[in-house]
Design a binder for this molecule. Sequence first.
Ligand code: SF4
Length: 348
Amino acid sequence: MRHVYVHVPFCARRCSYCDFSIAVRKRIPAREYVDAVLQELRFLGMTDPGREPGDAKDGLETIYFGGGTPSLLPPDALGTLLTSLRDAFPATSFRDDVEVTLEANPESHDAARIAAAVRTLRDAGIDNISLDLIFALPADLGRDWARDLDQALALRPAHLSVYGLTVEERTPLARWISRGAAAAPTDDLYADEYLLAHSRLGACGYQFYEVSNAARDGRRSRHNSAYWSGRSYGGLGPAAHSFDGAVRRWNISAWEAYRRAVAAGRSPVASQEVLTDEQRELERVYLAMRTDAGLPVAALCRPLPPSAARWLERGWAEVRNQRLVCAPEGWLRLDALVRDLTGCGITG
Ligand code: SF4
């Protein structure tokens, strides 16, 4: 295993659109959290009979602290987690260029706070910075997407993620929409804002290397790229997922239940799914078409059936270096494209 995800479930409050597995806390139980994750790490070591403490077959290439709001953890808690992860993997294969990602929340959607947070990071010597932006917000908010894109670009982050808002059930936003207090975003707004992000970011030297992610100067997320290329990864913490190439497991999502399980020496795994050959093939096609790697043309049946050929005719997909890749308009219709491609029988 070369890629580890650590889920930090705590947030100061719940955002109106969010249905993630989080624990809202005024005081972050950092010590209890670190103890629980370390117990899970020890538990994983104990369940692998071929592994001695401090000895793993593979070293780490990427570590991703996601949430929740991992930046709420105090520095010593993060330091302990990193040191423990390093000690769990042999120094020889803990790569010098290990990529460590930490999601952070500048605590306000005020643009000045975001600029100040970016300055603070750069002053501390961290320049590989990514900003997350959400588009297709309800019109009532009076959002100016072009202005927000330009403000983000003015900070020259190495990486930008743009996510379309989805209205999840059981969120305050869904309730506001159902009682008419807010209007659901339209498909047209979604498409217009997504395509505007492509043209604005492209003009500033960013390359979309995945449906929602763009980087300049090749600074792609190595951790997320591992997910998209189907590599195995391990997850620690409540709600974290793991994948070994065939089986996907996920942990108990509620923080307290997770903590009690590992404290009692029980596995925190809530459930697992063994992927069938058909599911793995569908997932492989879907993941490949999410990225600018696409699929080798040689793997597609020839001639393409009309349902798949129209993607090329309409410019929603193109052939680049002998690979079929999505254009931005194709990424907007990714599910339909994968249906058309898998219906034509991809061969390898
Ligand atoms: S900060 Fe992120 S994880 Fe926490 S509630 Fe808001 S959207 Fe959800």
